[in-house]
Design a protein around this ligand. Structure first.
Ligand code: NDP
Length: 244
């Protein structure tokens, strides 16, 4: 489906999982996509895949925990395509563990990527959207933005924060700026691969037995992006039908 207008879409964390699927889907809909993540080799392969399918994409190395890197990502998008219509703030990490394990470095990493990374992404793109008078920020939060579970205290804290920040942005934004939170349940991706705590990793094998494809989340993002300019889809929660 080709939409009314091509929108320049920036996707953070586009090298795997939900970000990758979202970039593929939005590029297939005719939107130029700017792909950011640390694994630039993965992004370059994704650019080739999108271009071979007739789409337009560019890859930019990005570490969302570093404000200068995020500003460079936004500047590269402007240099390539002249505007920023949609930010998909998707980059995230989830090294789960019980608080008693005291894995402070992993707590810091979740806060740096999931919270500070989101704030950096908003800071780097919102001024351009405000200048344009139109824009759309889509944050990928989580079902963990609604409920806390054991081993996920810090992760859920970062996702509660992501949802709160996104809702605050919605309330503060002029009517041309649309703001959406998309909250996935268990979704196929590499997200659980960085869990170093053995008990949390074992629990995740059971919890993640039923999952939906990353494209299910990409479809939700695509739906919000494709809505008419006077319609702002505020929140979408997408779970596997089997997940309670
Ligand atoms: P993946 O691990 O597959 O993807 C995470 C992405 O984030 C990768 O592209 C990774 O790229 C990127 N990333 C991590 N750290 C940084 C960083 N410092 N700077 C830039 N990019 C970074 O997991 P998902 O696709 O599942 O995760 C996407 C989002 O969805 C996350 O916010 C996650 O919390 C959320 N989510 C996922 C769920 C699931 O079940 N899969 C459920 C609920 C929410 P690279 O390593 O190359 O930098």
């Amino acid at each position: 489906m080709v939409l009314h207008r091509r929108k320049v879409v920036l996707v953070t964390g586009a090298s795997s999982g939900i970000g990758r699927a979202t970039a593929l889907r939005l590029a297939a809909a005719g939107h130029p996509v700017v792909l950011g993540a640390r694994r630039i080799d993965r992004l370059e392969m994704l650019v080739s895949e999108i271009e071979e399918a007739g789409g337009t994409a560019t890859a930019v190395p990005l570490d969302v925990s570093d404000l200068a890197s995020v500003q460079g990502f936004a500047a590269a998008a402007l240099a390539h395509f002249g505007r920023i219509d949609v930010l998909v703030a998707n980059a995230g990490v989830m090294p789960l563990s019980p608080l008693a394990a005291g894995l402070v470095d992993e707590w810091d990493r979740m806060i740096d990527v999931n919270v500070r990374g989101l704030l950096h992404s908003i800071a780097a793109t919102l001024p351009t959207m405000l200048d344009q008078g139109v824009g759309h920020v889509v944050t990928i939060a989580s079902v963990g933005a609604y409920d806390v579970s054991p081993t996920a205290a810090v992760y859920c804290g970062t996702k509660f924060a992501a949802r709160a920040i996104t809702e605050g942005l919605r309330q503060e934004s002029p009517r041309g700026i649309r703001v959406t939170t998309v909250s996935p349940g268990v979704t196929e991706s590499e997200l659980a691969s960085t869990i170093s705590d053995a008990s949390a990793a074992a629990a995740m094998v059971v919890y993640r037995a039923e999952s939906i494809s990353a494209d299910a989340i990409a479809r939700a993002v695509s739906y919000a992006v494709a809505e008419r300019p006077d319609v702002d889809i505020n929140e979408i929660v997408v779970r596997p039908a089997a997940q309670r």
